[in-house]
Design a protein around this ligand. Sequence first.
Ligand code: SF4
Length: 148
Amino acid sequence: MIAVSRCLIGENCTYAGKNNLCKEIKELYDQGLALPLCPEVLGGLPIPRTSCEVTGEKVIDQKGIDRTKEYTQGAKIALDKCLEKNIKIAVLKAKSPSCGKNHIYDGTFSHQLVEGDGIFVQMLKEKGIAVYSENEVTEVLKLINGGK
Ligand code: SF4
C-alpha cells in the first residue's frame, strides 16, 4: 500500500474543485494498492477554496488569511493515517503547498517556484517515508513490481 494525493485518483478536491487524474495512480487505487489522502480537506478546508502558498513557516491564502493551522492539522491527520497503515512510499502532486516535493510556489502567487516541500511532504520526510511526485510514477511502479 502506498499513499497518494487524492486529486491524483481523479477526485475533485483541488482548491479549484478540479482533479489531477494520473491514470497509473488511479489503476493502483482500483487494485486496492493506494490510500488517497487530501491533507487540505482533512484540515477542514472546503472545496473549492482560496489558493494558498507557503511563505516561510506559514501558509497564507491569496486573500492574505493565515491557513497554517488548517494545513498543519490536515497534514498531521494524513500522516497518522500513513503511520497506521505502515506506509513507506507516497506519490504526491507536484508543486502543491501541501503535497509538493522539492519545489513549491514562492508565496507571491506569481507562479515562481522555489526549493522547498509542502507541509505534508515535510512531515512525511521527517518520518522517513519516501516521497515521489506523479512525474516519477514509473519509478514507483518499478519499485512496487520489484517488491512482489
Ligand atoms: S492537498 Fe494534495 S491531495 Fe489535496 S488537492 Fe492539493 S495536491 Fe491534491
